[in-house]
Write a protein that binds this ligand. Structure first.
Ligand code: ATP
Ligand code: MG
Length: 648
């Protein structure tokens, strides 16, 4: 059977205000239901209508052809992403609207209007052409969060080159692996970037990586910090010099809807990162619509998604989704606690941010640093909040809702993956009630199903299983780059005929989904299968706890014992009494079955660079293993694992 028990009870329900609802794009549950039904009964009609809000050089002959795992969307249609994100707006009053509002960590500001961005992108598209980049060639982008990252991405889409953005915090080794896997012809990097007051030596890392990457012919280097960096004659070029010489007119390449758009490697929470391939037409259409409806985006909004462009969230909801909608998107280069823990709140007030989209890991840090920091700022322009990346514990949800949103802003808890391209499960802010810890309902066109290990649908409310998607959706990955076998093996073999997400979930009587965590991380305690999210949320609901991660450890009697790794909020100290109190707290909130056998206090949990807890490493530490196995290239801080081993 292998179902996952639902153990955490969350009775609190919150509603958007009447004022919010009235102005929202989708105003009621009924309206959502009507559109949802249409989207699954007539996907071709629904997605055809959405896609026709965008520009196509040649119309498609068929909206959807084929089935999972190999559907084709907008067959025969030709379009271009940069055209839709830029030219379409430049032809209207939005020409002079701010497209990107950027702030560097040291405090510089830059605003690019749609017209500015349109010119820069065309210039850089010509630069790429001059360097010999052709349609279908891969370009690796290894940059800090600066406008040039968006310019480079859009320029690739303009000429039909396939970008592969590698997070600027990654090491030379991680960069080299990704360049080699994609066989990139050109690398775009910078002399450095700012992070927590220091300089990340990007060019130095790139040079190190390039010792072992024969496919790269040219390197373009953006001047960001002004530090002296060695330039290899013939190979390395200065971004600014190339741009000066480039024409600002470059016709967009009409691309087939199913041609490759970009490759992006997953975060590596569960294993070796996979090179996820997205294609143009479906991705563009889906990301356009989700941005508009999930964030209830209007022309007057100032929208800020705090993700790095190195992650899928940065692709879909910093760059492409907002620009496809003609929105103003804020980009910030640095750390949330530089120079002080209120940097985000300063930015919100300074630019009048109305929509803020961030991650549970950030929210839990803010909680840990204390509410004094946000309370120093007005935050009164905010009208909508979002989260993504991990399950948000109800306690963190409530803090976000009350301290940041002042009880006024709906929260969208958006579940999705690199592979899904766009948001899959969420509430729509004007239409739905919110339940802390529950992501919500399927977005239009998305048909989730919860299956047990024998592929049977789990129909009982609140009983968990494997979260699968049973029908094609436009922005789904098309393959794993260079490894079609892994594409099938990873996503379509566990449950025949459907896409398996790797996550556990349960659905309540109202149809709300709660993500229970990765199925690889499920604990098996005395015959009970427990998801990590619910036990961790019980721990986080204790006033002393900032963050928690639970893993199983082999236990001769129970099958698995529960080990909880816990970080404390400022002002709380580890003690045996607190340890016992936390065990008792979990037993009280969930039941004796979930009582941790061991609680370990620590200063930091091992996380990926995108802020996700890497439980697979904690499992090995809890089992007392000396050597940590598996891919650790995306670990944020290698020292955390060493420290945890010492603390054992
Ligand atoms: P890898 O697949 O290499 O292990 P990853 O899964 O961490 O990496 P991403 O694609 O960045 O890489 O993350 C997607 C995962 O993030 C989802 O499968 C889910 O586990 C988690 N996630 C994202 N958003 C939410 C959310 N709102 N609620 C719960 N979990 C979420
Ligand atoms: Mg994944």
């Amino acid at each position: 059977m292998d179902r996952i028990e639902g153990v955490l009870k969350e009775e609190r329900v919150f509603y958007p205000s009447e004022a919010f609802r009235q102005k929202a794009h989708i105003k009621s549950e009924e309206e959502y239901q009507r559109l949802y039904q249409e989207s699954i009964q007539d996907p071709e009609g629904f997605w055809g209508r959405v896609a026709s809000e965008l520009h196509w050089f040649t119309p498609w002959q068929k909206v959807l052809e084929g089935e999972l795992p190999h559907p084709k969307w907008f067959v025969g249609g030709k379009t271009n992403l940069s055209y839709n994100a830029l030219d379409r707006h430049v032809e209207t009053w939005r020409r002079n609207k701010a497209a990107i509002v950027w702030e560097g960590e040291p405090g510089e500001e830059r605003v690019l209007t749609y017209h500015d961005l349109w010119r820069e992108v065309q210039k850089f598209a010509n630069v790429l052409k001059r360097l010999g980049v052709k349609k279908g060639d891969r370009v690796t982008i290894y940059l800090p969060m600066i406008p040039e990252a968006a310019i480079a991405m859009l320029a690739c889409t303009r000429i039909g080159a396939v970008h592969s953005v590698v997070f600027g915090g990654f090491s030379a080794g991680a960069l080299a692996d990704r360049i080699k896997d994609a066989e990139a012809k050109v690398l775009i990097t910078a002399d450095g970037g700012y992070r927590r007051g220091g300089i990340v030596p990007l060019k130095q890392n790139a040079d190190e990586a390039l010792k072992d990457t024969p496919s790269v012919e040219h390197v373009v280097v953006v001047r960001r910090t002004g530090e002296e960096v060695p330039m290899v004659p013939g190979r390395d070029h200065c971004w600014h010099e190339l741009m000066e010489a480039a024409s600002d007119r470059c016709e967009p390449e009409p691309m087939e809807a199913e041609e490759p758009l970009f490759i992006l490697y997953t975060s590596g929470s569960t294993g070796k990162p996979k090179g996820v391939l997205h294609t143009l037409g479906g991705y563009m259409t889906y990301v356009y619509l989700t941005t508009k409806l999930v964030f209830d985006l209007k022309d007057e909004d100032v929208y800020w998604c705090t993700a790095d462009v190195g992650w899928i969230t940065g692709h879909s909801y910093v760059v492409y989704g907002p620009l496809l909608n003609g929105a103003t998107t804020v980009m910030y280069e640095g750390a949330p606690n530089w120079p002080e823990p209120d940097r985000f709140w300063r930015i919100v007030d300074k630019y009048g941010v109305t929509i803020l989209y961030t991650a549970p890991t950030a929210i839990r840090s803010f909680m840990r640093w204390g509410e004094g920091w946000p309370l120093k700022h007005r935050l009164d322009t905010l009208r909508l909040l979002g989260t993504v990346g991990e399950p948000i514990n109800p306690e963190a949800w409530l803090w976000y809702y009350n301290v940041i949103g002042k009880g006024r802003c709906p929260i969208v808890d958006t579940w999705w993956q690199t592979e899904t391209g766009g948001i899959m499960i969420t509430t729509l802010p004007g239409a739905h009630a919110m339940k802390p810890g529950h992501a919500g309902k399927p977005f239009f066109g998305v048909v989730p199903e919860i299956l047990d290990s024998e592929h049977r649908p789990v129909e009982n409310p609140d009983e968990g299983g494997h979260l699968c998607i049973t029908r094609p959706w436009p922005s789904m990955l098309r393959t794993v780059w260079g490894d079609p076998g892994r594409f099938i093996q990873q996503y379509f073999s566990q449950h025949p005929g459907v896409y398996f997400t790797g996550d556990g979930a349960r659905r309540d009587k109202d149809g709300y989904y709660l993500i229970q965590g990765r199925v690889d991380d499920v604990l098996n305690v005395a015959g009970h299968r427990l998801g990590t999210m619910e036990i961790e949320s019980a721990l986080v609901s204790h006033p002393a706890v900032a963050e928690a991660a639970v893993v199983g450890r082999p236990d001769p009697v129970k099958g698995e014992g529960i080990v909880a790794f816990v970080t404390l909020k400022e002002g709380h100290a580890p003690s045996d009494a607190l340890r016992d109190e936390l065990k008792a707290h979990v037993a009280k909130v969930i039941g004796p079955i979930a009582r941790p056998d061991e609680v370990r206090f620590t200063d930091a949990l091992p996380k990926t660079r995108s802020g996700k807890i890497m439980r697979r490493l904690l499992r090995q530490i809890a089992a007392g293993e000396k050597e940590i196995k598996g891919d650790t290239s995306t670990l944020e801080d290698q020292r955390v694992v060493e420290k945890l081993k010492e603390e054992a």
